[in-house]
Design a protein around this ligand. Structure first.
Ligand code: G1P
Length: 297
């Protein structure tokens, strides 16, 4: 039996420059996908996988993110007085229990690995999950819950894996795995953003990880890697070299890259279409629009 994973780290310190000017005053994680902030999708996925302790690695200017998870007594009282029960429940579902959520600061942008390392004292000697909120995954069974089930069999470390086009491999952490069609893939190595044409496979790491405390330890003594940043991938590569207990997990679901404008828009359309109260109207609008565009060509 593996130790249960109850803690998750959410690196949210990034400046969100790709979404300027919107992110000048609003943290990227608060940007809205249909009607919920991006971060809510990651939180819900973590909860569904059994996570009870949520650790946010933040930076200056992320105050709105902290407030979002607090109780809003005035708002709740107003909704209650007006008998808006459904809205009240919706708002209350975003409240986090006292003490369930912790914030640590990353005071210098030294990379994803460094951001995760900032949570080391709160993680201690336990396995932990990492969720990158930019990666939004639509799935019948949430991605992290799929991984927690697989991890119960394997232990070690597990990282969400997805096939990418060869020309995209240099944008990801790429797994070195033997050719296989299975879901759980023992890794022989991992490389962050390989130079074009040098990737060991086309299997990319997506932002869901279950990691052992050893990886946290490696993060404390690896040198800066690609882009001069402390890379999470490099700490995982060291763990593979030492123990060979790292697995890629080919998840069932569709991943949207909400760190890019195109991916955010695609997710907005897909999640809108999937909603019973919005889908039919949105679908009509999209097909009318496509027809108009084709007619104009
Ligand atoms: C990060 C990781 C990379 C991973 C990617 C998934 O990269 O460093 O290994 O493949 O997230 O989204 P970033 O997108 O922050 O450049």
């Amino acid at each position: 039996m593996q130790r249960k994973v109850t803690k998750a780290v959410f690196p949210v310190a990034g400046m969100g420059t790709r979404f300027l000017p919107a992110t000048k005053s609003v943290p990227k994680e608060i940007m809205t996908l249909v009607d919920r902030p991006l971060i809510q999708y990651a939180i819900d996925e973590a909860r569904a996988a059994g996570i009870t302790e949520f650790i946010f690695v933040t930076s200056r200017g992320k105050g709105a993110l902290e407030d979002y998870f607090d109780r809003a007594p005035d708002l709740e009282a107003t909704l209650k007085a007006k008998g808006k029960t459904e809205l009240l429940e919706l708002v209350q579902a975003t409240n986090m229990d006292s003490g369930a959520i912790a914030y640590v600061r990353q005071n210098q942008a030294l990379g994803l690995g460094h951001a995760v390392w900032c949570a080391r004292h709160l993680i201690g000697d336990e396995p932990f999950a990492v969720l990158l909120p930019d990666d939004v995954i639509a799935a019948d069974k949430p991605c992290l819950a799929q991984m927690v089930d697989a991890y119960a069999e394997t232990g070690g470390n597990m990282i969400a894996a997805m096939e990418v086009a060869p020309e995209m491999a240099s944008s990801y952490g790429i797994m070195d795995v033997p050719p296989s069609i299975g879901r759980v893939l023992p890794m022989q190595g991992m490389v962050e953003k390989p130079a074009p044409g040098t990737q060991p496979s086309n299997l990319a790491a997506i932002g869901r990880y279950i990691l052992s405390p050893d990886v946290m330890r490696h993060l404390g003594d690896i040198k800066p890697g690609v882009g001069g940043e402390i890379q999470l991938t490099d700490a995982i590569a060291r763990e593979i070299a030492e123990k060979r207990n790292v697995y890629g997990y080919r998840f069932d679901g569709h991943r949207y890259d909400c760190g890019s404008k195109a991916g955010f828009l695609q997710a907005t359309v897909a999640f809108g279409l999937a909603r019973a109260e919005l889908g039919p109207e949105l679908e009509r609008f999209l097909s009318d629009m496509m027809a108009q565009r084709q007619a104009a060509e």
